[in-house]
Ligand binder design. Structure first.
Ligand code: HEM
Ligand SMILES: CC(C)=CCC/C(C)=C/CC/C(C)=C/COP(=O)(O)OP(=O)(O)O
Length: 299
């Protein structure tokens, strides 16, 4: 193969990688897992393939679009922080215009899929999630208040409800309880990372909790939110929505989260904040898998 052609192929591949990175694929995958669990828990029978595929594709496209807009709006902040300076828009590898066109295409295609093959309620709620994250959180809250991620967390917490409404067309209290779990999980998830990256956020002048209220206050807040998360995680069992498998699984996971939150507050080493952040992701992922197993293997 000629060197020029090889170069072209390499450029195309690295452009594709840049666009893929803009969608925050790992975050979107976990969001989709929570949406899938919302779908499965909404029904006592198997859900239809059309709802499953169209629902997850639409929710995935709109979540990805929100992530792309976040890269564009935050490009100046991102370029000042060690964790994010290499991102495609911050680095100038993808122009803001091209990224916005990509986000617009994802939004329109995702919305049309939800409207045509799922239902209007799910389409509108997913669009609200997109606007909540891309506009309310990214453009306003992130720069305005240390409670940014608490309020903005609602957008990231909504996918289980989206999965539920995709299957039933209705909002149900059980779905709202799943939303509440992700909503309560978000502050300890993010603040653990924010402690580790406090200097970055201070340098970029983003008013995250460790910057405005200090590391100790943030550690206490993480511990208190983790205790609250343990209580909220008990509710599905207490109201009869889940069975013993969930009770045992969630208790073990919450004991793990409490261990890290306690250690972070009272006996932290330099690694504890990052370990807590990493555990938070495993916690939510396994918790939702356990919800799924509990739903299909009830005893
Ligand atoms: C306002 C709410 C949230 C904030 C502020 C937040 C913040 C963050 C940040 C700053 C990172 C590090 C990203 C990086 O290093 O590139 C991260 C990683 C991650 N977050 Fe969140 N998060 C939120 C909600 C969520 C939700 C709702 C989920 C899924 C249900 C989620 C799943 C993840 C995953 C899977 C990662 C690891 C990504 C990777 O390794 O590339 N987050 N989060
Ligand atoms: C339709 C729908 C459900 C939309 C929600 C989409 C979504 C991608 C939520 C994830 C939340 C998240 C990763 C926040 C981090 O933003 P940040 O700007 O604080 O973090 P960063 O510095 O890593 O960009």
């Amino acid at each position: 193969m000629a060197a020029g052609q090889q170069n072209k192929q390499f450029n195309l591949w690295s452009t594709c990688q840049d666009y893929y990175e803009l969608t925050k694929p790992k975050v979107v995958l976990l969001l989709l897992l929570t949406a899938l669990v919302g779908m499965c828990l909404a029904s006592d029978t198997w859900i239809s393939w059309q709802i499953l595929i169209a629902g997850l594709t639409g929710i995935g496209f709109l979540s990805s679009a929100a992530a792309v807009v976040n890269h564009v709006v935050d490009r100046k902040i991102d370029s000042k922080m060690a964790r994010t300076f290499n991102r495609p828009v911050a680095k100038g590898k993808v122009t803001p215009q091209k990224a916005l066109i990509f986000a617009a295409v994802l939004t329109v295609v995702g919305y049309v899929i939800l409207e045509l093959w799922v239902n209007r309620l799910t389409a509108v709620l997913t669009l609200a999630g997109l606007l909540g994250y891309a506009v309310v959180y990214t453009m306003y809250l992130k720069r305005a208040t240390p409670q940014n991620i608490v309020i903005g967390g609602l957008a990231g917490a909504i996918p289980p409800l989206l999965g539920w409404t995709a299957v039933t067309g209705e909002i149900h209290a059980h779905a709202l309880l799943l939303v509440l779990i992700v909503f309560t999980w978000t502050p300890p998830h993010f603040w653990a990372l924010a402690i580790h990256r406090e200097k970055d956020y201070a340098k970029a002048q983003v008013p995250m909790l460790p910057v405005t209220h200090g590391i100790e206050f943030t550690k206490t807040s993480i511990l208190l939110y983790t205790v609250l998360l343990c209580v909220v995680c008990l509710l599905p069992y207490l109201i009869g929505m889940t069975g013993l498998i969930y009770l045992i699984g969630s208790t073990l996971l919450n004991a793990g989260f409490l261990y890290y939150a306690w250690k972070l507050k009272f006996t932290a080493t330099e690694q504890t904040a990052m370990q807590t952040f990493k555990f938070s992701i495993i916690h939510l992922m396994v918790l939702f898998v356990v919800l799924l197993v509990d739903h299909y293997v009830r005893f």
